[in-house]
Design a protein. Structure first.
Length: 120
C-alpha cells in the first residue's frame, strides 16, 4: 500500500555495500571450494554447528581466511546473515558443478568438437 515499501524501492536501498558484502562472501566460498577440490579433500564435517571443534574443511578454511583478512572477517560466518552465508551443501555442490562444466568445456576445446559429446 505504501509506495516506499515496494520491492523495487527496498532493493534499490540495499544496493552497493550489501552487494559487495555478498560478493565477498561468495568469492571466499568459491576459492575455498576450488582449493579443496584441487586437493581432493573432504568438504563437510559431522557437526557444523557454531560450537563444533571440528566443523569440516569448508568452514575451517573460511574461518582461517577470516583471521588473515579483516575485510573477510567482517562479512563471513558469524558476521553473515543466516540466509546468506553461502556455506550450505547445495551452494558447495552448485560451485563444484560450475567448475566441472568449465573443465569439461576446456577439455572439449582442446580435443575438438567431434570427439567429445558434451556441449557447452
Amino acid at each position: 500500500m505504501k509506495p516506499s515499501g515496494h520491492i523495487d524501492k527496498v532493493m534499490h536501498r540495499i544496493g552497493g555495500e550489501e552487494v559487495l558484502k555478498h560478493r565477498l562472501r561468495l568469492k571466499t566460498t568459491i576459492m575455498v571450494v576450488k582449493q579443496l577440490a584441487l586437493q581432493e579433500s573432504s568438504f563437510r564435517g559431522h557437526n557444523e554447528s557454531d560450537d563444533s571443534l571440528n566443523p569440516g574443511n569448508v568452514l575451517a578454511w573460511i574461518g582461517f581466511a577470516s583471521k588473515l583478512n579483516d575485510q573477510i572477517n567482517s562479512v563471513v560466518l558469524r558476521s553473515a546473515p543466516g540466509n546468506a552465508k553461502y556455506t550450505s551443501l547445495s551452494i558447495q555442490k552448485e560451485i563444484l558443478g560450475i567448475i566441472a562444466n568449465r573443465v569439461r568445456c576446456k577439455i572439449r576445446e582442446e580435443i575438438g568438437r567431434f570427439l567429445f559429446l558434451y556441449s557447452c
